[in-house]
Design a binder for this molecule. Structure first.
Ligand SMILES: C[S@@+](CC[C@H](N)C(=O)[O-])C[C@H]1O[C@@H](n2cnc3c(N)ncnc32)[C@H](O)[C@@H]1O
Length: 363
């Protein structure tokens, strides 16, 4: 075999040789694999050589807190948890209760129950709960669950990270289908969307690596989280709105400037008047019948007079991440009839708070 062709059989044989040299199975790993087989679970755990790679990476970066999305029977969790130093912790998320139970058994058999928590439920929900309760950042995050949710996992992983956290995403290449926009496969589309997000993400620097081995031709995304970027302060941080429906704008303007004593910032023809409240805030009194012609189809605008506050921000993604870090749940997202997008969060003191993408008002 002087110059062998790289066939799947050969990749497999080399993987087995790596396993023999570098990642030999022991009782706990064999037990986990046997339990998964006995329960009829699909053979989708990482290969031994990959498990060893995860472990070496975790040790190299000195990971004390590891998050895994996608537990199955806990095989990769065993490799990762064994990399933890004294007092370290691994949280692993699994949708299927039966799989989570098998994983707990396998981790207990491996003597790792103290270090590892298996959380059952939809990973997106578990991640949101962690963000909401202000979970400390993780040093290493291994994403290995359903591929269609990769964009959501990535966004939440960044929210649960610090500068220097490593995010690894498994199985992104999928025999090269990653570069095909027309597979119609939700998993491939999810991985592609995630790659787009990574490419544009202000807090990620990443590399992709193609792999061959016991699991065929696939690949791994390796992303490092960089320093947090504070969203740029908008010129006008707060816009308070009062909406009129065809009422006398001049009378309203006279009231706010004359009686309330607010300086006029700008007059927007017959559509509205903006008053400066302070260096950061303006109050806009506008006539919805002239400003939002189809205002009755925009329910949020029908209620804004009851205490709705809009923030003008440039970068909605940055605000999503920022809100996630603050543990503020996003209530909903919406398209503005005037153009732009908004995200709404609940504010118990008012009706709602709206973050508006882009400068909607040209003040
Ligand atoms: C590839 S397996 C994980 C393999 C495991 N990391 C290993 O190497 O041993 C993916 C797992 O993710 C789980 N999963 C799929 N969708 C999920 C979701 N929405 N939330 C949480 N887990 C999910 C599946 O049930 C499956 O057990």
């Amino acid at each position: 075999m002087s110059n062998p062709s790289p066939t799947p059989e050969l990749w497999n044989a080399v993987d087995r040789a790596f396993e023999d040299w570098l990642a030999p199975a022991d009782d706990a790993l064999n037990h986990a694999t046997a339990a998964a087989t006995k329960a009829g679970l699909p053979e989708i755990a990482v290969a031994p050589a990959q498990g060893r790679l995860l472990q070496v990476i975790a040790r190299t970066i000195g990971a004390r807190r590891i998050l895994e999305i996608g537990t199955l029977a806990g095989y990769s969790a065993i490799w990762l948890a064994r990399a933890l130093p004294e007092g370290g912790r691994l949280v692993t998320l699994e949708l299927e209760p039966a799989r989570a139970e098998i994983a707990r058994g396998n981790l207990a058999y491996a003597g790792l129950s103290q270090q590892v928590e298996v959380v059952t439920g939809r990973a997106v929900d578990s991640l949101d709960a962690m963000i909401a309760r202000g979970e400390a950042p993780f040093d290493l995050i291994f994403i290995d669950a359903d591929k269609e949710s990769c964009p959501q996992y990535l966004e939440r992983a960044v929210a649960l990270a610090r500068e220097g956290t490593l995010i690894l995403v498994d199985n992104i290449v999928r025999r090269g289908r990653l570069i095909d926009a027309n597979t119609g496969d939700a998993g491939v589309d999810g991985a592609r969307k995630m790659m787009d997000m990574v490419a544009k993400h202000p807090r990620l620097e990443a590399a992709g690596i193609q792999t061959v081995g016991a699991k065929g031709y696939d690949g791994l995304l390796i992303a490092r989280v960089t320093a947090e970027r504070t969203p740029a302060a908008p010129a006008v941080a707060r816009i308070y709105e009062t909406i009129l429906y065809g009422s006398d704008l001049d009378a309203a303007a006279a009231f706010y400037s004359g009686v309330v004593g607010l300086p006029v910032a700008v007059r927007m023809g017959d559509r509205g008047v903006a008053f400066r409240l302070d260096a950061q805030s303006v109050l806009i009194v506008f006539d919805a019948t002239k400003t939002v012609p189809q205002h009755e189809t925009v329910p949020s605008h029908g209620t804004t007079g009851e205490g709705h506050i809009a923030f003008s921000v440039d970068d909605l993604d940055a605000w999503r991440t920022h809100l996630a870090r603050l543990g503020v749940p996003i209530e909903r997202e919406a398209d503005w009839s005037l153009g732009g997008k908004s995200i709404y969060v609940r504010d118990p003191a008012r009706n709602s708070v709206e973050f508006v993408a882009g400068r909607v008002w040209n003040l």
